[in-house]
Design a protein around this ligand. Structure first.
Ligand SMILES: C[S@@+](CC[C@H](N)C(=O)[O-])C[C@H]1O[C@@H](n2cnc3c(N)ncnc32)[C@H](O)[C@@H]1O
Length: 220
């Protein structure tokens, strides 16, 4: 992963953010070994803070993976709250369930196995917080649905908006991703930035994170 801010600044801030707890480190290592993507530790801290600031009762996640981000999110749920997390791959979903169990979070997490494009229509809003970390070609097609599922003032977090730098022409000599996928992410970010239903900030945390708050009247 290329550095988007000076390495010394990155290291200084990451040290202040502190290490993840032992189970999160273990889950991240397992994901890395199996080639399963996981949010960065600093993005995890961002999720901790966003979630803790609103004591969410209902959170939706697109893209469970092995459960790293879901563990951050579910830990901050208000009493009685639920995380609904969507994963297409049944094997990954099963492993994520094991991790939620070990973290003592199983009763607060519903892992939904199947296609995100279908399952986002099976859940009912409103949600306090939504993490979009699923397939990038679904970011834009699902945006209206996800905004409609957010409560006014609710927050949509979109990961990978820097796409390892590939969204910035010339940033890398050897792009890590296809030009098509980079164009998809760029277009999505432009759309977020221009969306009058949302107030969005783009942050160089991890692989780039967009944090969008739904203004009143954002339902579609
Ligand atoms: C970036 S990873 C999620 C990582 C996870 N949020 C974390 O930080 O631990 C994206 C996940 O979305 C899943 N996925 C890919 N296409 C999907 C689809 N069409 N519907 C649902 N899930 C999908 C992949 O199997 C993968 O596990």
């Amino acid at each position: 992963m290329p550095e988007f801010v000076h390495i010394a600044v990155q290291d200084y801030l990451s040290a202040l953010n502190g290490p993840e707890d032992g189970l999160l480190q273990e889950v991240r290592a397992r994901a890395l070994a199996d080639g399963v993507p996981a949010i960065s530790p600093d993005t995890g801290r961002l999720l901790d803070v966003l979630a803790a600031s609103s004591a969410p009762g209902r959170i939706l996640e697109i893209g469970t993976g092995y459960g790293s981000s879901g563990m951050h999110l579910a830990s901050a749920l208000a009493p009685g709250g639920m995380l609904f997390t969507i994963e297409r791959d049944p094997a990954r979903a099963a492993i994520a369930r094991q991790h939620f169990e070990r973290a003592g979070l199983a009763s607060r997490v519903s892992v939904m196995v199947g296609e995100a494009a279908r399952l986002v229509h099976k859940v009912a809003g409103p949600f306090d917080l939504i993490l979009q970390d699923g397939p990038k070609d679904l970011y834009e097609p699902l945006l209206d649905r996800l905004v409609g599922l957010l409560r006014p003032g609710g927050v949509l977090v979109s990961d990978n908006i820097l796409w390892q730098g590939d969204v910035m022409p010339g940033f890398r000599s050897e792009p890590a991703h296809s030009a098509e996928s980079s164009a998809i992410i760029s277009r999505y970010s432009q759309r977020l930035a221009a969306d009058p239903r949302l107030s969005t900030v783009f942050l160089p945390v991890g692989d780039g994170v967009a944090v969008s708050a739904r203004r009143d009247g954002g339902a579609s």
